[in-house]
Design a protein around this ligand. Sequence first.
Ligand code: ATP
Length: 385
Amino acid sequence: MAEIRLEHVTRVFRGERIPLAGRRDEGATVADGPVAALDDLSFTAPEGKTVAVIGPSGCGKSTLLRVIAGLDQEYQGAVYYNGLEMRDTPPRDRYIGMVFQNYALYPHFYGHGNLSFFFRMHKAPDKEAEARIRETAEMMGFGFRQLLGRKPGTLSGGEQQRLAIARAMVRKPALFLLDEPLSSLDAKLRAQTRVEIKRLLNRFAITSIYVTHDQVEAMAIADNIAVMRAGKIEQMGAYAELRAKPANTFVAGFLGPYPMNLLRAVVNDTGAVAAQTLEIALPDDVRAKCGRGQGIVVGIVAEDLALDFSERHAEARNALQGEVASLEPDFARHSQYVRVQTACGVVTVSEPSNEPLALTQPVAVSISGSNIHFFDEKTGRNLAG
Ligand code: ATP
């Protein structure tokens, strides 16, 4: 197990297209100008914990993993494993288990050969290899043994995935790096496999860094989530913490199946007002930081807004008038997400699924909950605390 620490790591691609084995967009063309894939990034993955890294496409997630693994050495700054600087340690000596989207299983070897390859490379005694393979097969659970006698080409995507995970586990890694490991599986298999991965990660308590586009997966698997944007980590914490106190508008607008509504408002003598009709009270600590006339951004989740679609909706006070732009049912929660076009842009409101709403219906949106966030309009930073 290892604590992984990065200090001021910058990786700039100067417009060259460097073919890097194992990249999922191998061979893809990239922008001409220099790109800071990692931009003065500092970050710690605590020992034995799983950190999921999420962020928009191209924000540097895969580069982060490659730099941590030592597969990319062209960075400035420092990478430490348990306090040891790793610049001169080749990847093979770092005790890393890697699972990438293209599993890169050895096609000519049976499952067993894929697992024993590492031991043959390191000239380990057969007895040791067999013991580890047996142990790993047991941990991988039901039905795994059969995969050992088959070649990767004869396995389904999910089976190949399990084999790739087992191959990473068999070497007892100190660090586990996973890059979109489930993205080629169908929804059902994804859900099953993520439970399995979580079980394995818990059981081994291996420090793991898990890159994914899927926030549900990140929530299910990780202890902590790191939200990346343009080569930087904007915030790291448990999902509930990030939702409860997003550091800035980017995190607020990125997290969740329905990201927080971000409404522009202007501070006045009594609070703040959005689109001249929606008054929002300001907590004292936020108030103290804002001057009259200052622009702020108010963050409200869909569940904390309510719709008035009665005949008298147009008379609703302290509300945004608007028109239903789209309806999306969420059957699992017996609710529907209603997007409303307002003077503040499109606002998403959660309503019970049995409410009879229709497209273009005029409605009024008001605030029903108290979980409201305030951000500086210029810097995007959370003004609370
Ligand atoms: P995605 O989610 O789409 O896989 P990502 O967050 O993993 O994206 P990276 O693959 O780390 O992003 O890429 C970060 C930036 O660095 C991108 O702008 C990308 O074009 C650039 N980049 C990555 N690899 C190379 C390379 N080998 N040569 C040149 N530019 C690169």
